[in-house]
Design a binder for this molecule. Structure first.
Ligand code: CTP
Length: 405
């Protein structure tokens, strides 16, 4: 688990650098954010490159620096939209008078300006310029406009500037910029008293060294919950079957293959967790005999004898003490009835039930359509939404249930 020194783990910060002499200080800002665990992507304007080279930022952040709207990294069709989408926060440091003016007018004539228009998350603007320029009514009006957009303006420091003048205009100290980020980005850490165990993905039951029985679960739902819980400050243990391409950061990731391995890992951690969210699609059966060599075909049909796997959630329900248990039920018919039976049988507090035949609710999608069913029998049908939004609603309900316990 990570302490304060790694409190940005799991967060993605886009640092925009515009062309001012203070750009060299931004190298240290990127370094500090990276050390604190953030994934940092730097976007530089053309003028910024007059002051400092992209290679420096690349070396410090460990990521390619983004320079142009038309220069897409592999797999990114629209870099401005991708950057806006992944950024938990955008920090523009230094923000020159020219950049502030462009941003205030909504100009989209380079990558940084375009990305900023597409960004729906937190934006921090850190002005740095000559004192007279900073005090100019045009600049002040533009800064106020950025505030109206909801951006946070990290006021410049007072002091001697590179041009020799003294007054406000020095880029804010990095500690102050980081403090602002901490205050806003980590503000809503309403789950920081919780340890949450999430299971995700599909289990695999080996038949022989090259074959297995599995299911269609992609792991996206469990990963989204783990990511959301981590962002809200929880310590997260993620026991995952088949891996989704990008596991969330900042979580204690335990990879397993079979249902039995998942059972062992979940039970090992059960006592010290507050909540278990079982989003994994666990195989109910495994082959009675696992062949040690690859099974060769002959002219005949092959019959596989299967035996029952342990039901992990059933076992957790039996051993339940202080923990809150959340199950998932992927059904194709009688959703509510089946889910209620499982709540009762497995001693659950909440069941997230869905009909996987409904469009937008199937396996591998980025959305889900679910009904939340509570142990008391109450049911709440939710509309189609992203797995990220659904994760936060599930976590809100968990918090509410925990408070009522
Ligand atoms: N589950 C589990 N261990 C299993 C099977 C299921 O922990 N061996 C958990 C799942 O992770 C899920 C919940 O139980 O949170 C319900 O899973 P589901 O497959 O819908 O139900 P089953 O109890 O397996 O019943 P059935 O497959 O007959 O619908």
């Amino acid at each position: 688990m990570y302490g304060k020194e790694q409190n940005f783990r799991g967060y993605k910060v886009v640092v925009g650098v515009s062309g001012g002499i203070a750009a060299y200080k931004t190298v240290d800002l990127v370094s500090l954010l990276t050390k604190r665990g953030a994934e940092v992507h730097v976007v530089m304007t053309k003028a910024a490159r007059e002051f400092i080279g992209p290679v420096t930022f690349e070396a410090i952040s460990g990521n390619k620096v983004h320079l142009d709207v038309f220069d897409s990294p592999p797999g990114w069709h629209f870099p401005h939209l991708e950057l806006a989408r992944i950024a938990d926060a955008v920090v523009i440091a230094p923000a020159t008078a020219h950049f502030i003016g462009r941003a205030a007018c909504g100009m989209a004539d380079d990558l940084l300006g375009t990305m900023l228009l597409a960004c729906q998350n937190l934006v921090f603007v850190c002005p740095a310029m000559n004192v007279a320029m900073y005090k100019h009514p045009a600049v002040q009006a533009n800064i106020n406009k950025l505030r109206e957009f909801g951006y946070t303006v990290v006021e410049p420091d007072y002091g001697r500037l590179a041009c020799g003048d003294t007054g406000p205009g020095r880029l804010a100290e990095n500690d102050r910029i980081i403090k602002e980020l901490e205050n806003q980005l980590l503000f809503n850490q309403d789950l920081n008293d919780y340890t949450i165990l999430v299971t995700a993905g599909a289990t695999r039951e080996p038949i022989d060294p090259v074959r297995f029985i599995s299911n269609r679960s992609s792991g996206k739902m469990g990963f989204a919950i783990a990511r959301a819980a981590r962002k809200r400050g929880a310590r997260v243990i993620l026991v995952s079957g088949v891996l989704h391409p990008k596991p969330p950061e900042g979580v204690n990731l335990i990879e397993v293959e079979s249902a039995q391995e998942m059972y062992d890992e979940v039970l090992k951690h059960y006592e010290c967790v507050d909540v278990v969210i079982k989003a994994a699609a666990v195989g109910d059966y495994m082959p009675e005999n696992v062949a040690s060599q690859k099974i060769k075909k002959n002219g005949n049909a092959l019959t596989l004898e299967l035996k029952r796997n342990p039901d992990i959630l059933l076992e957790l329900g039996k051993r339940k003490q202080h923990q809150l248990l959340v199950g998932f039920a992927a059904e194709t018919q009688d959703v509510e009835k089946n889910a209620k039976e499982k709540i009762f049988k497995k001693n659950l507090d909440l069941m997230v039930a869905n009909d996987v035949t409904v469009p937008g609710a199937g396996f591998g999608t980025d959305t889900n359509v679910v009904k939340l069913i509570f142990a008391g029998g109450e049911a709440n049908q939710l509309p189609m939404m992203t797995k990220e939004d659904l994760s936060n609603i599930i976590l809100d309900n968990i918090r509410m249930l925990k408070k009522c316990k």
